[in-house]
Design a protein around this ligand. Structure first.
Ligand code: NAD
Ligand code: DAU
Length: 333
């Protein structure tokens, strides 16, 4: 039976991929609630029929808008967030409003209207691992967030868990590792380096470039979220990852190679304060309990397709590129 989903942040990078995925793989209809901050773009929903997807421009922390949209939906999938660590270090305040007050506002509406709620979160809530630690993050790892961004995401997870336990809200959570793919904002690591190279600028690695991230294709994140929404156990958390650990230096070397440059054509720049060393996800629960498997197992070909997307879609990122680079330059990055 088809549902009506309220997808917050559905005009952003991951949320828009999820909306396209839902339209392709289900009969569900979707209302996107998105504030269209610097990170959201209505054009990310191009090509989707009005009979399946509509956009409401508004703030998840605005109880008036949220109340009505939650009342009309069968389930809420909550992607909306301030998502960039570097921005949270220069100005944490929008992170508190959107990530904490926004999640609280949605939870209260879900409670009043007894609606299914799925909360999108991040592996960063667990802090970081040593490079040689044989352990990976699992659903039982203790929370230990480092940045204002990850602290607000950790807080939002705790709110969801409390609303499940205290008020019986029918919620699930998922914590995913680093996503890559088309439509990611140029402030983020991979798009920044690709678009730098298109502009003839050398890639910039923070610190010594040894930090490790666990990369997953954004379409695999979407399929995992749909799986948890459909089959996840209420109150449970599912970690989403695809065994994609790579150091930042390895990623930059691959980008350089794929864009026809020498491996060493990058610069080391000022490190991020409090920079998490390594993230790594153990996705066993998702795989064994729900039978989910990633489709994009070859990072190099996923990266090549992503590079091609940035070459072909300059209109999406060009308007923001100069301002992003000016901000990084001011921070010595
Ligand atoms: P993004 O910054 O690209 O997009 C965020 C979207 O939310 C934008 O469309 C923006 O306009 C919207 N938004 C921001 N504040 C809002 C508000 N107050 N009200 C309504 N809409 C608002 O982020 P993303 O990378 O697509 O991340 C989406 C979600 O996934 C976030 O919750 C993030 O924490 C989580 N996540 C991201 C990654 C990653 O690698 N990018 C990994 C794991 C989890
Ligand atoms: O792990 C999930 C998280 O991944 C999400 O919760 C966040 O929303 C998402 O932004 C991402 O966080 P990171 O901080 O890991 O991503 P970012 O793209 O900012 O940086 C990835 C790595 O690359 C990190 O170690 C910092 C480094 N970096 C980043 C930039 C922008 C560089 O070395 N040079 C750069 O220019």
């Amino acid at each position: 039976m088809s549902r009506h989903l309220l997808v917050t942040g559905g005009a952003g990078f991951i949320g828009s991929h999820f909306v396209h995925h839902v339209v392709e793989h289900t009969d569900d209809t979707v209302t996107v609630l998105d504030k269209l901050t610097y990170a959201g773009d209505e054009a990310f929903l191009d090509g989707l029929s009005d009979s399946r997807v509509s956009l409401v421009v508004g703030d998840v922390a605005d109880a008036g808008i949220v109340e009505d949209l939650v009342a009309k939906s069968d389930a809420i999938v909550h992607f909306a967030a301030e998502s960039h660590n570097d921005n949270s270090l220069s100005d944490p305040s929008p992170f508190l409003r959107t990530n904490l007050i926004g999640t609280f506002t949605l939870l209260e509406a879900a409670r009043r209207h007894e609606k299914r709620f799925h909360h999108i979160s991040t592996d960063e809530v667990y802090g970081d691992l040593e490079l040689d630690d044989p352990e990976r993050f699992s659903e039982t790892t203790a929370y230990n967030p480092s940045s204002p961004y990850s602290a607000t995401k950790a807080g939002s997870d705790m709110l969801v868990r409390a609303w499940v336990r205290s008020f019986g809200v029918q919620a699930t959570l998922s914590n995913c590792s680093n996503n890559y793919g088309p439509r990611q904002h140029v402030e983020k690591f991979i798009p920044r380096q690709i678009t730098n190279l298109i502009d003839g600028i050398r890639p910039r690695l923070y610190g010594a470039g040894q930090n490790v991230r666990d990369w997953i294709h954004v379409d695999d994140h979407s399929s995992a979220v749909l799986k948890v929404l459909d089959e996840g156990r209420i109150g449970e958390t599912y970690l989403i990852g695809a065994d994609g650990e790579k150091s930042n230096r390895e990623v930059v070397e691959l980008i350089l190679e794929q864009m026809g440059r020498q491996k060493g054509d990058f610069d080391l720049v000022t490190d991020r304060p409090g920079h998490d060393l390594r993230y790594a996800i153990d996705p066993s629960r998702l795989r064994e309990e729900l039978g989910w498997e990633p489709r994009f197992r070859d990072f190099e070909s996923g990266l090549a397709a992503t590079i091609q997307w940035y070459r072909d879609h300059e209109r999406f990122w060009r308007p923001q590129k100069a301002a992003v680079e000016a901000k990084y330059a001011a921070a010595g990055q």
